[in-house]
Design a protein around this ligand. Structure first.
Ligand SMILES: *Cc1c(COP(=O)(O)O)cnc(C)c1O
Length: 382
């Protein structure tokens, strides 16, 4: 088998000279952290997604922890989410003493199924956390109807979907709170970083206090003097710093170019993969555009080789295929907590046949053709 010379990773950052200059300028400025870049970045992200407020965090996981805390998740409370996500979506509930409850996915979009969620709602449900898996927004209107009917908070995990749209509007203002991640493989990067966007002043204030040790400038503190502050709850040091925020601001200028390129790549994959029998390509819900963080295919039963064989042969040819994600409750930690193995049969069946193809803005047309050509020969060879 002909292989690529250089490994093609499934995702990676795009950093230009202007990003580097923005970071260097902040390194030369008086503030490395707790300076003006944080609020500038928060304002820019809030404006971009059309939300009133944004609170930046050290990473997306910390941001989820903050959102669940702001939603009031405590000991014994349940949060309902999908098993096909990065473990952090569920882990952050455990940080709060809460219990993740897993509901099955929709077999067409691979997103958390509203019907499956409806069956899992109980008196203990505090949060529903749907994930815009691969960058495809969830049907958020349906989840917001649940929120209304059951008095729960919707925390949308938009780690994959910055810039994606639902019914013509960008993700980030339709749920009670939306999380975005700025890890290097995500739509834009700050090295590590995350943010919560919200239209709620109450959530906004809680998130800010939680992020910084639980310290607030209370009325009492103001009376005491300028040095005075009060710690009103147990918080964390989950702050983003100005170096990260400067990088984020520079990256945000380019998000639409990144998204366009991802969309083109997805379209090219769709066209080229049509001709390979046994490959199921992604399907988008009619109301959305995707951020195309991931391009996931399914290997049909028609294909004689196992996923593992195909995966290993692709890797041997230097194509960085991947699998997103192992059902969260299959991890040993969750098993020890008592989770059964077969909670979500649709998700599990999907997982067994799923594979991630490389997609990131720097990929060329030649890269895409090469991925498809090698995949075709791997599938067809004995
Ligand atoms: C990346 C990711 C997270 C966590 O974000 P970090 O910034 O890496 O902490 C959470 N959920 C999903 C779906 C992710 O892809």
């Amino acid at each position: 088998m002909k292989q690529r010379e250089i490994f093609l990773s499934y995702g990676k950052q795009t950093i230009d000279e202007d990003d580097i200059e923005a970071v260097v300028a902040t390194l030369r400025s008086p503030f490395l952290t707790q300076g003006p870049k944080i609020e500038e970045f928060e304002r820019a992200v809030a404006d971009y997604v059309g939300a009133k407020y944004a609170v930046a965090f050290a990473n997306g996981t910390a941001a989820l922890h903050g959102a669940y805390d702001a939603a009031g998740v405590g000991t014994g409370d349940e949060i309902i989410t999908t098993p096909i996500t990065f473990a952090a979506t569920a882990n952050a509930a455990l940080y709060c003493g809460g219990t993740p409850v897993f509901a099955d996915i929709d077999p067409v979009t691979y997103n958390l199924s509203p019907e499956a969620v409806a069956k899992k709602i109980t008196d203990k449900t505090k949060v529903i956390a749907p994930v815009d898996f691969t960058g495809q927004p969830v049907d958020i209107d349906v989840f917001m109807e649940f929120a209304e009917a059951h008095d729960v908070v919707i925390v949308q995990d938009g780690a994959h979907s910055l810039g994606a749209t639902y019914k013509g509007k960008r993700v980030g203002s339709q749920a009670h709170m939306t999380m975005f991640s700025f890890h290097p493989v995500k739509p834009i990067t700050t090295g590590e970083g995350g943010i919560i966007t919200t239209n709620s002043e109450v959530f906004y204030q809680r998130l800010k206090t939680f992020r910084s040790h639980g310290i607030a400038k209370t009325e009492y503190a103001k009376e005491q003097g300028d040095w005075y502050y009060e710690m009103t709850q147990l918080g964390y040091n989950y702050r983003m710093n100005d170096i990260q925020a400067a990088l984020g601001l520079s990256q945000l200028n380019k998000i639409d170019a990144f998204l366009n390129r991802r969309q083109e790549i997805a379209k090219q994959y769709d066209n080229l993969l049509k001709d390979i029998p046994g490959i199921i390509t992604p399907t988008l819900h009619k109301d959305v555009t995707s951020g195309w963080h991931l391009y996931m295919i399914q290997l049909d039963h028609k294909i004689k080789k196992s996923r593992k064989e195909i995966f290993n042969e692709m890797r041997a040819a230097n194509i960085g295929v991947h699998v997103h994600y192992i059902p969260v409750y299959w991890h040993p930690y969750y098993k020890e907590l008592g989770y059964e193995c077969e909670i979500c049969p649709i998700a599990e069946a999907w997982y067994e046949r799923a594979m991630t193809l490389p997609i990131h803005p720097q990929m060329t047309g030649e890269d895409i053709k090469q991925v498809v050509k090698i995949l075709k020969s791997v599938i067809e060879s004995k």
